[in-house]
Design a protein around this ligand. Structure first.
Ligand code: PEP
Ligand code: MG
Length: 660
């Protein structure tokens, strides 16, 4: 028996909807197939189903054969036609991310350490503060092919070993899913991975390879790379992202075969120092940050996103140690100075005493600065200087409010995109931006449109291999080329703007045409929303000034936008031609260099003359030693990590008192 229908599942049968469809199908005894054009797959395999690539509004046929075929067809057609009936999810609970679940690949550090004496190393000072504590190494092992050819009599035992490994991984995933304290987003990730780990497509492909005489580890690597390549080659960005999930599952099965376990960030004990060769910004963001006393990394620099997250949470960090970080793999304790970049392996008593004393002093200063939380700092002429927060997720709202943030000067939307298995829906984005707007009203909330590329790739958008990604397809360049990604974000922002305090800014602008093209898209989105009868409101549009080109055309830009926000992290790297992630040129990547300060001053002058607001959201905005110069140049908004807000308020207040 069979029935055809038009698929009404938003974005098609990818990831979560495929899982739901398979779950439904598995509830029936009948053999069930889903047919699209001339291809048919089992409706009980989510991998096969996803690889069928069924999109919204396409016609498919459900064929069932068995005792309960009528009920099965009714239920499955019902789901395809009306996926939301009887459920409360889609866009809510089940959010999984291949970025979250991707295995952390050990990489060869590309840069040597800057200094290395006995027991003392030096890297890039990336987040201020002192820390000392037990070392927690995060060095996931690389999985290698065993390359064993099996004799015929070895095959049954190897097949049994493979079956056990699959069962172990499924059991571990079930156990994790059963945990009551599991965050909903993590539950979504694990459930998606578990679907893959128990999918026939994967198990039988691996088993077939073992039967051909290939050892189990190589068989799993072979099977997962074939399936992940299938996902990677599909013309749907959502499905491309599943390739990482398949690889992540393969890694877990190989580890089980080898009797190994991956280092887990959630096992970090309170007060420990996290030491890693490389760590993704999103891996760090979802680690138990309250437990982490300090971060030391082989990769990264002062303005890399790991540094930004560390600063947002007041965690001292030294990054860019290069290969020297491996010297710390065996140490018991470690001390780090996030102001100088010094790292001490197994510090002696004198060093330990010095660190404890510094930590005590910093704590005293922190307590004293609390008095500035509710201050509204003003220039001598009475102009308010907004001290706002840079945020990357809703979880950081509380810390920003507790610090006394006067709004949000930069909401980086990348994490929102990085934490989902597919591009976040317009509804989810609108909800996120509205939550922010309400949390900080009546202060402004400046949301930056998606700035991916450079050191911030996401799943869901296929990035070309670029020789120089920082000079490549990132920020506004990518967005304008991908209206399918950009327009839902603009529509979500227009909808959230009804709260009255949302402003929007564009990253990586280097040409007036980019602003104009964005306006055309915004108008298009507004017209669509109007036609759909949805509530929306216009917002102020500004640009980040973070390319030398934007500085040079600042007077013209200022006529077209409502505000500037100077992004000193990128501006410094582009003005100085010094990669912000490369520790060997960290000295040149200096915002206080006269060339960078001149660029900031030119931008401020252009903005002030045009009568628009000039702010800054690069890391320099929180530097007490530079704030007086920025205020003097005419900046009226400084946005920074919440941990710097109270000191910045004090700094501006002190300026006012001396009559500047
Ligand atoms: C900047 O470049 O200064 C900035 C704030 O943006 P990001 O660090 O996210 O590139
Ligand atoms: Mg930038």
């Amino acid at each position: 028996m069979e029935r055809s229908t038009i698929v009404r599942v938003h974005d098609g049968l990818h990831a979560r909807p495929a899982t739901r469809f398979v779950k439904l199908a598995k509830g029936f005894e009948s053999d069930i197939e889903l047919i699209k054009a001339d291809r048919s797959v089992s409706a009980k395999s989510s991998v096969k189903l996803m690889l069928l690539g069924v999109k919204e509004n396409e016609e498919v046929t459900v064929r069932a054969t068995g005792a309960d075929e009528i009920e099965a067809i009714e239920a499955l057609i019902g789901y395809l036609e009306n996926p939301h009936a009887g459920t409360a999810e889609e866009g809510g609970a089940a959010k999984a991310s291949s970025a979250e679940s991707a295995p952390v690949k050990p990489q060869t550090p590309s840069t040597p350490s800057i200094t290395s004496n006995a027991g003392k190393l030096r890297g890039v000072a990336a987040s201020e503060g002192f820390a000392i504590g037990p070392a927690f190494g995060f060095f996931p092992a690389e999985i290698k092919h065993e390359h064993r050819l099996l004799a015929a009599e070895e095959i049954p035992a190897e097949t049994a070993r493979l079956t056990r490994a699959f069962a172990t991984v499924q059991y571990r995933m079930d156990t994790s899913l059963a945990a009551t304290d599991l965050a909903e987003s993590d539950r979504g990730i694990i459930a998606a991975l578990k679907d893959i780990a128990s999918d026939d497509e994967l198990t039988s492909a691996a088993e077939a390879l073992v039967k051909e005489g290939i050892d189990a580890v190589s068989a799993v690597i072979g099977a997962t790379s074939r399936i992940s390549a299938d996902f990677a080659s599909m013309d749907d960005p959502y499905l491309n992202a599943r390739a990482d999930d398949v690889n992540a599952v393969g890694r877990q099965i190989c580890l089980a075969l080898l009797g190994q376990d991956d280092a887990k960030l959630d096992a970090i004990p309170p007060g420990a120092i996290l030491i890693a060769d490389d760590i993704g910004a999103w891996d760090l963001a979802r680690a138990p940050l309250k437990h982490i006393a300090g971060v030391i990394c082989g990769h990264g620099g002062a303005t890399s996103h790991v540094a930004i997250i560390a600063r947002a949470h007041g965690i001292p960090a030294v990054l860019g140690l290069g290969r020297a970080v491996h010297e710390l793999q065996q140490v018991k304790a470690v001390a780090l100075d996030g102001n100088s970049g010094d790292v001490f392996a197994d510090p002696d008593q004198r060093t330990a005493d010095r660190f404890h004393e510094q930590i005590g002093k910093a704590e005293t200063e922190k307590q004293a600065l609390k008095a500035y939380k509710d201050i509204v700092p003003k220039r001598a002429d009475g102009t308010v200087i907004e001290i706002a927060a840079n945020l990357g997720s809703l979880e950081e709202i509380e810390a920003a409010q507790e610090a006394g943030a006067m709004g949000v000067g930069l909401f980086r939307t990348e994490l929102l995109f990085m934490r989902h298995i597919h591009l976040p829906s317009e509804d989810l984005q609108a909800e996120t931006y509205a939550t922010l707007a309400k949390a900080f009203a009546p202060h402004p909330v400046i949301v930056r449109t998606l700035d991916i590329g450079g050191d911030k790739p996401i799943s869901g958008v296929d990035f070309p291999d670029e020789e120089n990604p920082f000079l490549g397809w990132r920020g506004i360049r990518m967005c304008l080329d991908r209206p399918d990604v950009f327009k839902p974000q603009l529509r979500a922002l227009l909808r959230a703007a009804v709260h009255g305090n949302i402003k929007v800014m564009l990253p990586m602008v280097s040409d007036l045409g980019e602003v104009r093209a964005t306006r055309v898209l915004i108008d298009e989105c507004a017209a669509e929303l109007k036609a759909e009868g949805k509530e929306y409101s216009n917002f102020d549009l500004g640009v980040m000034v973070e390319t030398p080109a934007a500085v040079m055309i600042a007077p013209a830009l200022a006529k077209e936008v409502a505000f500037f926000s100077i992004g000193t992290n990128d501006l410094t790297q582009y003005i100085m031609a010094a990669d912000r992630l490369n520790p060997t040129v960290a000295k040149l990547n200096d915002v206080t260099h006269p060339a960078v300060m001149a660029a900031i001053e030119l931008t401020a002058k252009a903005g002030v003359e045009a009568g628009i607001m000039v702010g800054m959201c690069g890391e320099a905005a929180g530097r007490a030693d530079l704030i007086p110069a920025f205020v003097k140049m005419g900046l009226t908004e400084l946005s920074m990590s919440p941990s710097s807000i109270q000191r910045a308020k004090k700094c501006v207040l002190d300026l006012g008192q001396v009559g500047n």
